[in-house]
Design a protein around this ligand. Structure first.
Ligand code: ATP
Length: 453
């Protein structure tokens, strides 16, 4: 992990997220529930844009991937076979001084031994395994037979449905099954805002292949995933593909990369890309007694496919997008004095709102009517935000702060009052350069379409 951190920057980001309605603490009016978050009006748009784009490039733009949406409540047999019931745990240590529950890797190593990161206490319990799965009961009977789990990852339902999907989709190897959905882990210490939550979303692809293709596909998917993060606006220099060392890799994996990002709280994992061999399908085949083999018509071979898994966290990616976009620069206020401007420089394709629309004055019915016409014109294809209150400079700042890439202003020239040649033109402002150009209203949809990719 990189030791370079910027807690001040992180504080500003968390405060902006709340102030502008990206992310709130869950159950906040009751004091909050630790490790759980609610996305507000802008956060949900950002998150959807990210998920939709992932789905577009992973499923829609490819012939070799299909999607699915599995249930969250999971049969215990599935998670026994996958190894989660037995082994999905973190070593936990308690600090006897401040009573904190800690993950073993959070202890501070000092010369005199290990210390609690909260109080510096040295009176610590021995580590014990803490299972991270949430258990619940399905149906009226509250006994052993009714236990089910909230899934700790989306992947298992893909493995369990492998045969059904193979048969109905008639895909040939290599091919993949993709899923986006919620996962739940009772993390010992949720922290770093949404980075480590107890309820989160994953975007997972299980890409099935022949054994001899595994290592090559691992490289291929690592590169594809790095390209994906770049295409949603993350600088390549802040992304790192860490080769997980042999002794830290799952025993069945022949190669794993962690894709990491330089968050303000340090370099941390965004996504894992793992070559998991035939472990998962073989385990489910053994435990269920059902064949999960693939029959190769050409070679007449029957075998359990291997799999490469790029597994991304939606919430971690959203947090990375916000951290990457956050910037401060200097811009003139209404009186021409320079002031600090907060701007989220989102890549246009993921920005929650694509275009602000402003009548220069709110008490001029002609300006207002024209601006509302433009809202209707654009609304069919993009998210727009109409704002008529306050000085125009302040309205620009409000949109800059939430990352809206474009702003359209309806002024007296739009009404043809100064020069008839300018009738039905508006100014189009660019968030990053703050430059304004005059364009015809009828050209707006095409111009924005072109610039919003
Ligand atoms: P970590 O080591 O950070 O706990 P992990 O290696 O256990 O993560 P995986 O099991 O590989 O994570 O899950 C795949 C992805 O799911 C992670 O890369 C991350 O983006 C996301 N993820 C996992 N746990 C959490 C969590 N508690 N909160 C938010 N996202 C998570």
């Amino acid at each position: 992990m990189s030791t370079e951190t910027d807690p001040q920057r992180m504080e500003k980001i968390v405060s902006l997220c709340k102030r502008r309605g990206f992310i709130f603490q869950s159950s906040e009016i009751y004091g909050g529930l630790n490790g759980l978050w609610d996305y507000g009006p802008l956060g949900v748009e950002l998150k959807r844009n990210l998920k939709n784009y992932w789905w577009q490039v992973t499923v829609h733009e490819r012939d070799d991937v299909v999607g699915m949406d599995g249930s969250i409540l999971t049969h215990p047999a599935v998670l026994k076979a996958s190894g989660h019931v037995e082994g999905f745990s973190d070593p936990m240590i308690d600090c006897r001084t401040c009573k904190a529950h800690l993950r073993a890797d959070q202890l501070i190593e000092k010369k005199g031994g290990q210390q609690c990161p909260n109080c510096g206490g040295k009176d610590l319990t021995a580590p014990r395994q803490f299972n991270l799965m949430f258990e619940t009961q399905v149906g009226a009977a509250a006994d052993e037979s009714s236990i089910a789990y909230l899934r700790p990852e989306t992947a298992q339902s893909i493995f369990v449905q492998f045969k059904n999907i193979l048969e109905i989709s008639r895909k040939k190897l290599p091919f993949g099954i993709a899923q986006i959905g919620k996962a739940f882990r009772n993390e010992i210490n949720p922290r770093n805002f949404t980075f480590r939550s107890r309820e989160f979303e994953q975007m997972e692809l299980e890409y099935f292949c022949r054994p001899e293709q595994g290592m090559e596909l691992l490289e291929y998917w690592k590169e594809e995933r790095l390209k994906f993060y770049e295409s949603v606006g993350i600088l390549r220099s802040k992304l790192h593909a860490l080769t997980v060392p042999d002794d830290e890799r799952a025993f069945y994996s022949k190669g794993t990369y962690d894709i990491e990002y330089d968050f303000p709280f340090g370099r941390q994992e965004l996504e894992g890309v793992a070559y998991r061999t035939d472990y998962d399908l073989s385990q489910h085949q053994k435990a269920s007694g059902k064949s999960l083999e693939y029959f190769d018509e050409e070679t007449k071979q029957r075998f359990v496919p291997h799999v490469v898994e790029p597994s991304a966290g939606v919430d971690r990616a959203v947090l990375a997008l916000i951290c990457e976009a956050y910037s401060e620069d200097q811009a003139p206020d209404e009186k021409g004095r320079m002031e600090t401007r907060i701007v989220l420089r989102f890549q246009p394709r993921i920005a929650p709102i694509k275009c602000g629309v402003f009548p220069l004055l709110k008490n001029n019915p002609l300006l207002v009517a024209k601006a509302k016409e433009i809202v209707q014109l654009l609304r069919a294809q993009i998210t727009v935000f109409y704002d008529e209150s306050g000085a125009i400079g302040r309205r620009y700042r409000r949109q800059d702060e939430i990352g809206t890439p474009f702003g359209v202003t309806v002024d007296f020239e739009t009404l043809g009052e100064k020069d008839p040649a300018l009738r039905d033109t508006v100014t189009l402002r660019d968030r990053d350069s703050m430059k304004q150009e005059r364009v015809a209203i009828q050209d707006l949809p095409a111009i924005l379409r072109e610039r919003l990719v």
